[in-house]
Ligand binder design. Structure first.
Ligand code: PMV
Length: 324
């Protein structure tokens, strides 16, 4: 009862920040729209065995006891579906910085869900896998799908679908890595603090449906300038909520801000590129393929940018052959 799967991280262009409540089900307060990033990957092997006394996660070769609660919650949901009670050993590897605002939990839990479901004999098309991935990370369901992905929360149920396949609008993404260190405040804690203290949080919730509808229309029309304006607005609005949280969540470094200003300047000069930033100091520059080399060169030259990662949009999570 063992299987291995891979998944890519995703970056939201219309963000998810905030949960409906503090429950284990991890229900997002707003819907979101993301792109799956082909250049980075998580790989997860899951083995269930009656001899194991507890679930164990090994992340990049080390035990990760801090993940125990959500790991077991996620695996319990899968065990309930399969009617199996065995504990599991999970080995996950990321080929990019972990816990640093690059969505390693999204790709990690998407890969884990697909691998664990296969190991337990749950069919790949099982619709509840989306809800189970969400228990691990609110953005993980989006990494189950490729290309442009929309996530909707309806009551207790998450619905996720690909709006356009990666090949249907093959944008490029350049990530400017400005630190390799894990972030100080996790998304989970940060979201709770924002909901409880930011005066902008109600406005965030209220304006999200309009941003989402406009972005979905821009994706359908492959309208780059419209998507650029909407994605930057939505990103900065989320960071305005973070900044006005008590205590404040300031995830940016000086290099983050330098990248944002450079990207805005390049777009004013005619380069088709826009930025987005999550709960960390890394900047993701989304651009048309012809602009990617110039964007990468420009970002790499900004002081404080440690390295860049460039690639196209990716596929959804999938099983690797070879395990059974
Ligand atoms: O999936 P989580 O709980 O790590 O939250 C992700 C939150 C953001 O990355 C900041 C926004 C998003 O929609 O991915």
């Amino acid at each position: 009862m063992r299987a291995t799967a891979v998944a890519h991280p995703n970056v939201a262009l219309i963000k998810y920040w905030g949960k409906r409540d503090d429950g284990e089900a991890n229900l997002p307060a707003v819907d979101s729209l993301s792109i799956t990033l082909g250049a980075m990957q998580s790989r997860s092997s899951v083995a269930f065995d009656p001899a194991f006394s507890d679930d164990e996660l090994w992340l990049n070769g080390r035990r990760a006891p801090g993940e125990q609660a959500r790991l077991t919650a996620c695996l319990d949901a899968l065990r309930n579906l399969a009617g199996v009670d065995w504990r599991a050993r999970v080995e996950s590897q990321n080929d990019f910085p972990t816990g640093a605002g690059l969505a390693s939990s999204a790709s990690g839990y998407a890969a884990l869900t697909v691998a664990a479901a296969a190991a337990l004999g749950i069919p790949a098309g099982e619709p509840r896998l989306v809800d189970i991935a969400r228990i691990g990370s609110g953005s993980a369901p989006r990494s189950l799908y490729g290309g442009f992905v929309r996530l909707e929360q309806r009551g207790e149920q998450t619905r996720c679908r690909s709006l356009l396949a990666a090949a249907d609008w093959p944008l490029q993404v350049v990530v400017a890595v400005t630190t390799e260190a894990p972030k100080a405040t996790s998304s989970r804690d940060g979201m709770r603090l924002s909901r409880d203290s930011s005066p902008y949080y109600p406005a965030w919730l209220e304006t999200q449906p309009a941003d989402l509808a406009a972005a979905e229309a821009a994706v359908a029309a492959r309208d780059f300038p419209a998507l650029a304006e909407l994605a930057e607005h939505n990103c900065l609005k989320m960071h305005a909520v973070m900044l006005t949280t008590r205590p404040p969540l300031l995830y940016w470094s000086p290099a983050t801000l330098a990248c944002l200003q450079a990207i805005q300047q390049w777009r004013r000069e005619g380069l088709p590129v826009f930025f987005t930033v999550d709960a960390g100091p890394q900047v993701k520059a989304v651009c048309e393929p012809a602009a990617a080399a110039e964007v990468e060169q420009g970002l790499a030259a900004i002081p404080g940018v440690l390295r860049t990662i460039r690639g196209g949009l990716g596929e959804g999570a999938r099983l690797l052959a070879g395990d059974d």
